[in-house]
Design a protein around this ligand. Structure first.
Ligand SMILES: [Zn+2]
Length: 469
């Protein structure tokens, strides 16, 4: 006997099948991937005006909304609301906050960032993520005050300032014109004491101002006067004749590196080398020289390699070819010529930050002496050290040569402060070092900021300055 299908039994089966189908269809819409909120640098404080950069990503159905609030006690204000128009997996946002103008007061507060996605979870409102960042609203600019006496600086020369900073100061130093030199805190038992090696660059206008600067955890910035005097001096100007042989040699060495537009003639290659390549090399040098730590790695007087001085610092060179001016440049070091392939000693103790073939400088070594001070050795025929290696004063770095933009065997020696080329002779002079560097620590009642066992680690990897609490 055949079974008879009864309609009243069929209906629930159809409903169950439909519901199952709906569930399979809706399942991905119930994904549980929570949006991810990331900040490159979480703000520790908020000053007068702030920008908070952050990113939100979602692995599933995409972002629905992103909101940022500032909260203090009972008061809450929305800083940002973002609703993407289409399915969005990732968004970079910037919230701005001017807490005092918005009626908040100085003191502890919370920054809240929330995001939700297009999942149907939580009764359709999506996966919610939230981060709460405790911070302080602090609009008081940091205080910074000179501790040492008057600082004398030669045009193109180096100088040191010793000063006192506030709690919460995160960055500080000396400003010369538009250039910022970074200061350090090398006295662990006196975390408010700070020093900054700076330079009055050879190309800085005479009327440029010099001052102390500081920035704190809330982004508040301050400037303070520095007692200083500039000793102006003039640098030599030279006319150099570039012969056909010289230009041919430069083309032979650099022609392959020059871009096609500059590689057409020996003259064009030389002009490219003397301007563009020089600039590229100086950027690389500044980058290598920025790897430094808060402690002084040198002591005594910097060593001068043996040899005759062939060219000085700051010389302005104008190049002529067949009576026509073809290029100009500044010589930012001292050339010392001794016997060919003579050993090149490290001028002072430090850490090798660069040892490579570097354009106009040929085989080139840079040694970091701490606190932003470094020395450069160019045109070497051979290099005997590697990056990261600790060297002592007098240690052989390589042999002199004529690589790069050099025709005869000589050593090109440069000194840099925060990547800015300075007059090297000051660092060869024990009286200058005593009167212009060490004396400022003495008169401030501070020891020479050497890396001591009590002061933490010695040379090696770049170190961050101790944080000021
Ligand atoms: Zn030179």
């Amino acid at each position: 006997m055949a079974m008879k299908l009864r309609p009243w039994l069929l209906a629930p089966i159809i409903i169950i099948v439909l519901l199952a189908g709906l569930a399979v269809f809706l399942w991905p819409h119930y994904e549980g991937n929570v949006p991810r909120i990331t900040l490159e640098k979480a703000p520790k404080g908020l000053g007068l005006k702030n920008e908070i950069d952050f990113q939100v990503t979602d692995q599933g159905k995409g972002l629905r909304w992103v909101r940022v609030y500032l909260r203090q006690g009972q008061k809450t204000a929305m800083l940002l609301e973002h609703k993407p128009e289409g399915p969005t997996a990732s968004v970079a946002l910037k919230a701005t906050a001017a807490p005092l103008a918005m009626g908040f007061s100085q003191g502890p507060a919370e920054l809240v960032i929330e995001a939700s996605d297009n999942s149907l979870r939580n009764w359709g409102s999506g996966n919610l993520s939230q981060i709460v960042l405790p911070l302080a609203i602090d609009t008081t600019p940091p205080r910074i005050m000179q501790r040492s006496g008057i600082t004398y600086v030669n045009r193109g020369g180096s100088a040191v300032a010793v000063y006192e900073i506030d709690d919460g100061t995160t960055e500080h130093g000396v400003m010369v014109g538009q250039r910022r030199f970074k200061g350090h805190n090398p006295w662990p038992d006196q975390p408010r004491a700070a020093m900054c090696l700076f330079a009055f660059p050879f190309d800085e206008p005479r009327e440029s101002r010099v001052s102390l600067w500081a920035a704190d955890h809330a982004g508040n910035k301050a400037n303070a006067p520095l007692r200083w005097r500039l000793r102006w001096r003039n640098f030599r100007a030279d006319k150099l004749n570039a012969s056909d042989n010289f230009l041919a040699e430069i083309q032979a060495r650099f022609g392959m590196q020059a871009p096609p537009t500059a590689a057409a003639t020996p003259l064009a290659v030389f002009q490219w080398v003397n301007v563009e390549l020089r600039e590229q090399n100086h950027q690389r040098i500044a980058q290598a020289a920025s790897q430094t730590g808060p402690y002084q790695l040198w002591s005594g007087t910097f060593l001068r390699a043996p040899g005759k001085t062939m060219a000085g610092f700051g010389e302005h060179r104008t190049y002529f070819h067949n009576g026509q001016e073809i290029s100009q440049g500044y010589h930012l070091g001292i050339d010392l010529a001794d016997v060919e392939r003579s050993p090149v000693p490290a001028a002072a103790g430090g850490v090798v930050r660069l040892a490579e073939n570097l354009g106009i400088y040929g085989n080139c070594v840079i040694v970091d002496h701490g606190q932003g001070l470094s020395t450069l050795y160019g045109h070497l025929s051979q290099m005997g050290v590697t990056v990261g290696q600790t060297v002592e004063m007098g240690q052989e770095l390589g042999l002199s040569g004529a690589t790069g933009l050099a025709l005869g065997d000589h050593l090109h020696f440069s000194v840099m402060v925060d990547g800015i080329f300075v007059v090297p002779t000051e660092w060869w002079d024990p009286h200058w070092i005593q009167d212009n560097v060490l004396y400022h620590y003495e008169e401030s009642g501070l020891p020479t900021p050497l890396a001591t066992p009590a002061g933490g680690k010695a040379a090696g990897q770049p170190q961050a300055a101790p944080t000021v609490k």
